[in-house]
Design a binder for this molecule. Structure first.
Ligand code: NDP
Length: 324
């Protein structure tokens, strides 16, 4: 087993920024990039709120830059998905199937993934008309009618993107007001081919037998009246779940499954740090993820050099159960 000073799980802005800082501190970090390599920015087009790019930068281009920058200073980035971790003692053990690495410190930057509805049929029709990523799949619906489910910024962003491709975009939201930021609401509402259906839930997606999306079955939450909306595609934009399954029972989590951190990036286990969306259910921005990745690398470096304040081991946060 090859032992590392720092192992980083995840390769979004948090993981790669942690890798950059750890590499520059000569800690030769190992980054295990995960199946969603590059994180959520790989699924976006233009990023306009990353400081330093006044005209914006494409999400995948930004990630390619971050990756190259971390590698330039000696970060080793390997493909693959972690199958299990053992955090019960140091060095920690990080396994990828039959391959295992031991680590003096671990930085968890596994991010969050798009949420699905609880219908079952939505996952079954995934890639056949149901999607959680307009920038990935929107092109297939050029000149066709689509729907977007959700009322937050993700749903608005999906709807705005799709409005440039689809004939019509119907946003279906379970309440009568949006959660999205004002600027995104205004932008979506200004598009002539985006319309809104309020107080409405999707109860079924047709047509599983045909293996394609033909219509949504809708139910008005106020009146109970059901109806059908004919669409060729549906984009689910109802938020995200943190990728914390690997750490259940080992790291303290909030009730919503996000990792608990305190005093910077510290988790409930001494020597394990967390950064990015896996521990942030409030800001969830690329730049805040990168900032927390920097914090995690500095905390790991101080931990290794014995200069990290010891409060953590005296008052670890309580473990709580997390949703499945
Ligand atoms: P949010 O949690 O903000 O919104 C989720 C939306 O989906 C809500 O409107 C919610 O309804 C609805 N919803 C949740 N579960 C269900 C369900 N089972 N069935 C139907 N509807 C459901 O998540 P987002 O991903 O939109 O945003 C997360 C964070 O990321 C926010 O802080 C946001 O600002 C940020 N973000 C910023 C962007 C930008 O600046 N360009 C782009 C995308 C995200 P209800 O309102 O009733 O709870």
């Amino acid at each position: 087993m090859s032992e590392r000073q720092v192992v980083i799980i995840g390769s979004g802005p948090a993981g790669l920024t942690a890798a950059l800082y750890a590499a520059r501190a000569n800690l030769k970090p190992l980054v295990i990039e995960g199946i969603e390599a590059g994180g959520q920015l790989m699924l976006t087009t233009m990023v306009e709120n990353w400081p330093g790019y006044r005209d914006g930068i494409m999400g995948p281009d930004l990630m390619a830059e971050l990756r190259a920058q971390a590698e330039r200073f000696g970060a080793e980035i390997i493909q693959g998905d972690v199958s299990s971790v053992d955090l019960s003692q140091r060095p920690f053990v990080v396994s990828m199937g039959k391959t295992a690495y031991t680590a003096q410190t671990l930085i968890v930057a596994t991010g969050a993934s798009a949420k699905w509805l609880d219908l079952g049929v939505d996952k079954k029709l995934s890639g056949r008309g149901v999607s959680t990523c307009a920038t990935c799949d929107g092109f297939f619906f050029k000149g066709r009618p689509v729907a977007v489910i959700g009322g937050g910024d993700t749903a608005m962003e999906e709807a705005i993107y799709l409005s440039k491709l689809a004939t019509s975009v119907t946003v279906i939201h379970r309440r009568d007001s949006l959660r999205a930021s004002k600027v995104m609401q205004d932008k979506a509402m200004s598009m002539s081919n985006i319309s809104f259906v309020w107080n409405t839930e999707v109860t079924d997606i047709k047509d599983l037998a045909k293996g394609e999306v033909t219509a949504l079955v809708l139910k008005n939450t106020q009146t109970g009246v059901t109806s059908e909306l004919a669409v060729d595609g549906v984009f689910i934009g109802i938020g995200h779940v943190p990728n914390t399954a690997l750490f259940k029972g080992q790291l303290a989590m909030h009730d919503n499954g996000y990792l608990k951190t305190h005093e910077g990036s510290r988790t409930s286990v001494h020597g394990v740090f967390a950064a990015g969306d896996v521990q942030d259910h409030v800001y969830r921005q690329a730049v805040t993820a990168a900032g927390s990745g920097c914090m995690a690398a500095i905390d790991a470096e101080r931990f290794l050099s014995g200069t990290l304040h010891e409060a953590q081991s005296i008052h670890p946060p309580p473990m709580t159960s997390s949703p499945s």
